[in-house]
Ligand binder design. Structure first.
Ligand code: PEP
Ligand code: MN
Length: 631
C-alpha cells in the first residue's frame, strides 16, 4: 500500500520541526509531537515568525477548547500575522489533544490552604469552578508546565493547574485531579503550514472580517470563532466550514461590502478532496460513513446489525421456522440461498425461484427484509424483483458482468470478498457497483484462502481494518464461512465485532445434521440468541417473556461483574487516598459521576440519579474500608 512506502521513506529524512508555544510537558508540546520534533517558543508571535521564516516546517496553535471555546490569545496572534503581506500560512490539519488538568502543589500544602493558583490564562479559564471553590487568586503564567516549576520554586500557599506529567516533572503532589469545568476536556490545535498543497483531510478554515462575511459563514453552518474587534475590523474571526457547505460558504462570501474580507487558510473552496485511491474514486471518496437502510435493517455510521438465516432455503417450513428464530434473536435481516454456488456439480444447487417465494413469505411473516445470492446476470432481474438485498458471493466477487447488472438493479448489494482477492481488488469490485448506480453497497469479509487448512478460511481482520481506513461503505464479517465449524463461529464473531465491523452475517440452522448445505458451521438458534445478547443487540419484539428474560439475565451478569470491579477500584482508590492524605469524600467527583449517568440515561432521569447515588454510597463504604483488593 502506498502509505507504508511513505512511512518507510519518512524514516530516512531529516526530522520535521514542529513549533509550539510553551515548554516541554505542556499540551502544545503534545500536539507538536504528533507533527514532528517539537520546538518550544515563548510566544505565539515568535513561533509564527519562525514558521514564516522557514525555521520550522510547521507549528501547532491551540484554536478551540471544549470548555472555553475559541482561544483568543492564539487566534488573535494568528490573525495579526495574517495581516502581514508576506504571510502565507495555511491550516493543514486539526489535532485534538485530551486535556486533563490537575491542581498540584509542593508537598505539605493542603487543598484548603491554597491561596494562589498559577497557570496559563486559557487553563485558568477552564477551571473556574475550582477557583471559586478554593477562593484562591488566579495568577497567569505563559505556560502550564512553567506554572508547575514556578510554584515548586516559590513555595508558600501556591498551587499550579497543569498536566499530571508537568506536575510530576516539577516534583509537585496532586491535590485534585481533572479540575476542568467540563470533562472530558480537550483542545483542538491547528497545524499551521507555510502555504503547502492542501491535504485531503485538512479542515476548511476561513479568516473573515465584516458583518456580511460573518453572517454568510454562519448561514453555511460554519463554526464561528469570533475575535474581539479592532478599530479597522470591528467584526472578525475564524470559521471552520463543514465539507457539505463549502459551496454555500463560498457563494455567500463572494460579494462583500467595502472593507470586508475572507481568506481561506484551509483548502480553497474549489479544492475537491481527492479520493483515498484514485483508481477507486467512488468507494474511497473522503466523506461521512454511508448508511444502508432497508426497513428495520440499518447499518453504517455507528448503526450495527446482524443478518442471519440458513445457508440454503430448503423448504417453506424450514425457512419460516428459521425466520422466526432469527427475528426472535434480534437479527434484522433474513438470509437464505436459493441459487447455491457449490464446488461439486453433484451437490445440492438450491431450489431456485420457488425457494425465493418461500424466503419472501417467511421474511414478510416476521417483518424482515431478505438477502439472497445471485450467481449470474440473468438471475438479477427475477431475484431483484422480490429480494430486498442482492448478495454477490465470494466466487463471483470479480464477475464484472454480474457486478454491472446487480449494480444497476436498484437493489442494495451485499458484496462478499473473494477468497483470492486482495483488499484493493475487492474495493475495485465495489467500484463497479457504485459506478453502475448502486446507492447501497455493503462489503463483507468472509475468510480468505491461506496455507492454513485448520479452518475453512482465514478471517482477515487486518484486511477489514485496511478496508475501514479506505472506504465509507458499511463493512460486515461472515464468521460462518471463515470458520467452517460451529464451535469457532462465536469467537470469530466477537473478534470481528471488537474490530468494529458494522455488522455480521451468520448462518443458522435448527437441524444442522440434516441441512442440505453448510450444516457443520451453522449456529443453533439458541447460540445465536446468546451471541446477539452479548453484543447488546435488542431481541425481536416477537420474543417470549422467557426469551427477553434471558437477555435481561445477561445484562444483570454484566452489571454485577462491573459493580464488583467498581468496588475493587473504590477500595484501591480509598487506599491511595489514605496514603496520600486526601479526604475520602470529594463532592466535585461525586457530581461528575452523577453527570456521567445522566448523560447515558437522560438528563432528567430520576433513574440515573438513583443509580449513581447507590453506586456512590457503596463506593464510599468500600473506600472507607480501604484495603486494596487482594486478588
Ligand atoms: C453463502 O453466503 O452462502 C456463501 C455461498 O458464501 P460465500 O460466497 O462467502 O462462500
Ligand atoms: Mn453457506
Amino acid at each position: 500500500m502506498p502509505e507504508i512506502e511513505e512511512e518507510e521513506r519518512g524514516t530516512t529524512h531529516e526530522p520535521v520541526l514542529a513549533g509550539y508555544q510553551g515548554q516541554p510537558g505542556s499540551f502544545g508540546a503534545r500536539a507538536a509531537a504528533r507533527c514532528g520534533r517539537p520546538v518550544a517558543f515563548p510566544t505565539f508571535e515568535r513561533m509564527l515568525r519562525a514558521l514564516l521564516a522557514g525555521e520550522i516546517a510547521c507549528a501547532v496553535l491551540p484554536a478551540v477548547n471544549r470548555v472555553e471555546g475559541p482561544i483568543l490569545e492564539s487566534l488573535d496572534a494568528l490573525a495579526r500575522s495574517l495581516a502581514q503581506p508576506e504571510s502565507r500560512v495555511t491550516v493543514g490539519a486539526e489535532i485534538e489533544v485530551p486535556v486533563r488538568l490537575v491542581l498540584a502543589a509542593p508537598p505539605g500544602l493542603a487543598l484548603e490552604d491554597v491561596r494562589e493558583v498559577h497557570s496559563q490564562a486559557a487553563a485558568l479559564r477552564q477551571c473556574r469552578d475550582l477557583l471559586a471553590r478554593l477562593d484562591a487568586i488566579p495568577i497567569e503564567t505563559h505556560d502550564t508546565a512553567y506554572a508547575a516549576f514556578r510554584v515548586k520554586e516559590a513555595g508558600g500557599a501556591r498551587a499550579a493547574v497543569c498536566s499530571e506529567e508537568a506536575a510530576l516533572e516539577a516534583g509537585l503532589l496532586i491535590l485534585e485531579e481533572d479540575v476542568s469545568d467540563v470533562r472530558p476536556n480537550a483542545t483542538r490545535f491547528w497545524r499551521l503550514d507555510r502555504a503547502a498543497e492542501p491535504e485531503s483531510l485538512a479542515p476548511r478554515v476561513v479568516f473573515y472580517a465584516g458583518v456580511r462575511a460573518s453572517s454568510a459563514l454562519a448561514e453555511a453552518e460554519a463554526e464561528l470563532l469570533s475575535l474581539p474587534g479592532t478599530p479597522a475590523e470591528p467584526v472578525r474571526g475564524f470559521a471552520v466550514v463543514p465539507e457539505k457547505s463549502v459551496a454555500r460558504a463560498a457563494a455567500g462570501t463572494a460579494r462583500l461590502a467595502a472593507g470586508e474580507r475572507v481568506r481561506w487558510l484551509g483548502p480553497a473552496p474549489e479544492f475537491v478532496r481527492p479520493p483515498r485511491m484514485k483508481e477507486i474514486p467512488k468507494v474511497t471518496e473522503v466523506r461521512e460513513p454511508s448508511v444502508v437502510a432497508v426497513g428495520p435493517f440499518v447499518v453504517g455510521g455507528g448503526r450495527r446489525a446482524v443478518i442471519a438465516g440458513p445457508c440454503a432455503v430448503e423448504s417453506p417450513e424450514q425457512i419460516l421456522r428459521l425466520a422466526r428464530a432469527v427475528a426472535r434473536a434480534g437479527a434484522t435481516a433474513l438470509r437464505g440461498g436459493v441459487f447455491k454456488p457449490r464446488t461439486s456439480p453433484y451437490s445440492f444447487q438450491g431450489h431456485g425461484l420457488d425457494a425465493l417465494g418461500w424466503l419472501k413469505e417467511a421474511g414478510d411473516a416476521v417483518g424482515l427484509p431478505i438477502v439472497t445470492e445471485v450467481m449470474a446476470p440473468a438471475q438479477v432481474g427475477p431475484v431483484g424483483a422480490r429480494a430486498d438485498v442482492l448478495q454477490i458471493g465470494a466466487r463471483n466477487c470479480q464477475n464484472y458482468d454480474l457486478l454491472k447488472e446487480a449494480g444497476a438493479s436498484g437493489r442494495p448489494v451485499f458484496l462478499k470478498r473473494g477468497f483470492g482477492t486482495t483488499v484493493e481488488e475487492w474495493l475495485s469490485s465495489a467500484e463497479y457497483l457504485l459506478d453502475a448506480g448502486c446507492k447501497n453497497v455493503i462489503l463483507c469479509e468472509r475468510g480468505i484462502r491461506t496455507f492454513e487448512k485448520a479452518t475453512r478460511g482465514t478471517l482477515d481482520l487486518g484486511g477489514l481494518l485496511v478496508a475501514r481506513s479506505l472506504t465509507h461503505l458499511p463493512l460486515f464479517a461472515d464468521p460462518s464461512h471463515a470458520a467452517g465449524r460451529r464451535d469457532l463461529v462465536p469467537g470469530l464473531a466477537r473478534a470481528a465485532w471488537g474490530a468494529g465491523v458494522d455488522g455480521l452475517m451468520i448462518e443458522v440452522h435448527d437441524a444442522p445434521e440434516s441441512a442440505l448445505s453448510d450444516g457443520p458451521q451453522a449456529l443453533l438458534p439458541e447460540d445465536l440468541e446468546e451471541l446477539l445478547d452479548e453484543f447488546g443487540i435488542l431481541p425481536g419484539a416477537s420474543g417470549s417473556v422467557e426469551r427477553i428474560r434471558r437477555a435481561i439475565d445477561g445484562v444483570d451478569s454484566d452489571i454485577a461483574r462491573l459493580a464488583a470491579r467498581r468496588l475493587d477500584l473504590a477500595r484501591l482508590v480509598g487506599a491511595v487516598k489514605k496514603s496520600s492524605g486526601r479526604p475520602i469524600r470529594d463532592e466535585a467527583r461525586e457530581a461528575s459521576v452523577r453527570a456521567r449517568f445522566a448523560e447515558a440515561l437522560g438528563e432528567d432521569s430520576l433513574g440515573a440519579t438513583r443509580l449513581a447515588d447507590a453506586l456512590i454510597d457503596l463506593a464510599l463504604d468500600a473506600e472507607r474500608r480501604g484495603d486494596p483488593p487482594t486478588d
